[in-house]
Design a binder for this molecule. Structure first.
Ligand code: PLP
Length: 361
């Protein structure tokens, strides 16, 4: 891909243009899917657990959007487990008491088993984070967080982690590379569940880690690549190909769904059945606390017709779910909290459905 003028191409254009074969006569417009576990000796690829041609265009595109080098994993959790593998036995991890439930469980179980020491600290209290960092090995950040929609001062926290010599990771799944660039803010690793916005159609599981293009980033890239190779949580070529196909529309989807989320957040604020709206002002995720507690919240979820009552998020279709239905969702998450992932449907159709569901509750 070459830029037609010296201006850097915008993320919206790069989503479309990156990771394509060269513009040559007869070349395909899209990269092919290569289904082969092994490769003839002497070339760039040896064995499919180490590298495969179909990962490369997707990794090149996501790496460029985040401003670093990307590695694809079988899922967001496989990527999270790879990051945790950087911590030595008995090492210290600083993390908030509410992040994505799977990550929280991974960290807490590692701590219970004695593998790590977990220092839980509220990320909105920057001074407390700064106090917890000295002597730590890894700092785990997520902003906005899942499902409380908490936003933290990433540039400040990342600078503090760097100053304390602590490796930092930012789970940027909710923000997407369209709304945040954590590496530019000083992160060592950016994590995405590409299952969500990057692929965008709720039809695959995939994870990505991105590290900066500098010597420190190169070292982390090597260690994470080594982990992927030996633990084997590798992405399938078809999933990776589909994710790149979905990435083409990322900027459009984030723009459209984000505008609808802002409209819905304002309307929900004014609705008598809603006690609190958690919306960080941008992005397509929000959470509401329904008046009448868990039962009323469940009734809302069960009463929608257009919105899908299902877990997960970041797809073209709108989804909602009461998070405390899961035992492992910590009790800092209110019982009546319903997480909404706004899709790209017509905003008034979405509102009419939500209103009737709130009426039913
Ligand atoms: C879904 C999710 C994950 C885990 O990703 P999977 O692809 O489901 O393994 C991690 N972080 C956040 C914020 C998520 O929403």
């Amino acid at each position: 891909m070459t830029s037609p003028d010296p201006r850097p191409l915008t993320p919206a254009t790069r989503c479309v243009a990156l990771g394509r074969p060269p513009h040559e006569p007869g070349a395909p417009v899209n990269p092919p899917i290569v289904l082969s576990s092994t490769f003839v000796h002497g070339g760039d690829h040896v064995y499919g657990r180490d590298s495969t041609p179909t990962w490369e265009p997707f990794e090149a595109a996501v790496g460029d959007l985040e401003g670093g080098r990307a590695l694809t994993f079988a899922s967001g959790m496989a990527a999270a487990a790879a990051v945790l593998s950087l911590v030595p036995h008995g090492g210290v991890v600083v993390a908030p008491p509410s992040v994505y439930m799977g990550v929280l469980t991974l960290l807490r179980e590692a701590a219970e088993a004695g593998g790590i020491v977990l220092r839980e600290v509220d990320l909105t209290d920057a001074a407390a984070v700064e106090g917890a960092l000295p002597g730590a090995d890894l700092a785990w950040f997520e902003s906005p967080s899942n499902p409380l929609m908490t936003v933290c001062d990433l540039p400040r926290l990342l600078a503090a982690a760097r100053a304390a010599g602590v490796t930092s990771v930012v789970d940027s799944t909710f923000a997407t590379p369209i709304l945040a660039r954590p590496l530019a803010d000083g992160a060592d690793i950016v994590l995405h569940s590409a299952t969500k916005y990057l692929s965008g159609h709720s039809d695959l599981l995939l994870g990505v880690l991105v590290t900066p293009d500098d010597p420190r980033g190169a070292d982390l890239h090597e260690r994470l690549h080594h982990h992927r190779h030996l633990h084997g949580a590798v992405a399938g070529p078809f999933e990776t190909w589909l994710a790149l196909r979905g990435l083409r529309t990322l900027a459009l989807r984030v723009e459209r769904a984000g505008a609808s989320a802002a409209t819905l957040a304002a309307r929900l604020e004014a609705h008598p059945a809603i006690e609190r709206v958690r919306y960080p002002g941008r992005g397509a995720m929000l959470a509401v606390e329904v008046a009448g507690g868990a039962e009323a919240a469940e009734r809302v979820c069960e009463s929608t017709r257009l919105w899908t009552h299902s877990t997960s998020l970041g797809g073209v279709e709108s989804q909602l779910e009461r998070r405390r239905r899961y035992d492992s969702e910590p009790d800092v998450v209110p019982d009546a909290l319903v997480r909404l992932s706004v899709g790209i449907e017509d905003v008034d159709d979405l509102w009419v459905d939500l209103e009737q569901a709130l009426g039913a509750a």
